[in-house]
Ligand binder design. Sequence first.
Ligand SMILES: [Zn+2]
Ligand SMILES: [Zn+2]
Length: 424
Amino acid sequence: MSQTSITDILNSSPLDLTPYESLYKHFHANPELSCQEKNTSEKIASHLASLNAFEITTNIGGYGLTAVLKNGPGKTVLLRADMDALPVKEETGLPYASTVTMADADGAIKPVMHACGHDMHITALLAASELLSSPEIRKRWSGTLIALFQPNEERGHGAASMLADGLYNKIPLPDICLGQHVMRLRGGSIHSKRGTIMAAADSMRITVFGRGGHGSLPHTTVDPVLLAAHIVVRLQGVVSREINPDDVGVLTVGSLVAGQTENVIADKAEIGIDFRSVRVETRDAIVAAVERIVRAECLASGSPREPIFTPTRRFPPTFNTHDVADKLAVSFGDHFGPDFEPDTERTMVAEDFSVLATGRGIPCCFWFLGGIDQETWDGAVSNGSTGEIPGNHSARFAPVIQPTLKAGVEALCVAALTFLREGV
Ligand SMILES: [Zn+2]
Ligand SMILES: [Zn+2]
């Protein structure tokens, strides 16, 4: 391996990020909901085409797209950014705040905002693509670079739908998948860890059936409200009574819908649950317990029909392959110094990034990018109020463009070059 450090390579050919700051504002002001990222995807494709270096494939699993640069023998490294926004009414007051509304999947008109910072992920990956494909930098690495822009992260199906659409028949199979997420952390800082960095998250809709009738004649009915109420109470015991206290789990009943009016006994109830876990075994134990309790309560109530379980979202845990995380810890430590945290706290927030890797046994690593103004962050740390700074999914989540963008671009380049320099 050459003695030149990755930092020296990046410093030898700095990229002017001014156009990318404008591009970030454009994406921020023009967010699109999950599965509707049409204009975002077209803008990304045309920007990538203007770099004159990549083979571009569009419309993979919806509006997903990839850009591939084959640059000699070596590793194939995939860098991933997600593209979708949320049905949130922006309240940041920023000059480039979104005023966009669009129809969601059910046809309801919703305000739309990049409240999870995916606009930062897109912009950083576009800038990293320009930098890594520039003639000066390209001479310094060998292998294949893939920039992947994923739709529909927020509903949890984007990575899976790209795979289902034959992603790895359209592009080379990567040796390593890498990705990042802007978070409520000090601007410009990078945080990662070996092992599980983000929890698994599942959502499920459960329909239980009764036999409706007149409110005055309960003995002629099976009341689904009473049935659902028993289920809601019993579900509270799953994590507290069945999961090892040393382990981590969350189960929330987020919705309960039954009946139309006071004097009619309904004929069904719908229960919406969300659960989080860190270990696959724990997830399976929660699913099994939920099914057991629901079926048993249906039996206890004399329900006339089997309950229906409809999974609505599924995010696996994001597990950073030890070997990849260890190599990145060295590169990030060298490049970012004290702004890199190698053993960050695991979060119960979830991501579908790892679906791109784990299904094919590909090693992967994910890291967090701090997006909060440094002065604001340091002030909040000194008075213990960092929790009050608006974070991801808040209508007031407002990452500062710099140094967030610069650090996001550098993190992608440092991470990719860690593996693309191995054969040089
Ligand atoms: Zn999100
Ligand atoms: Zn996100």
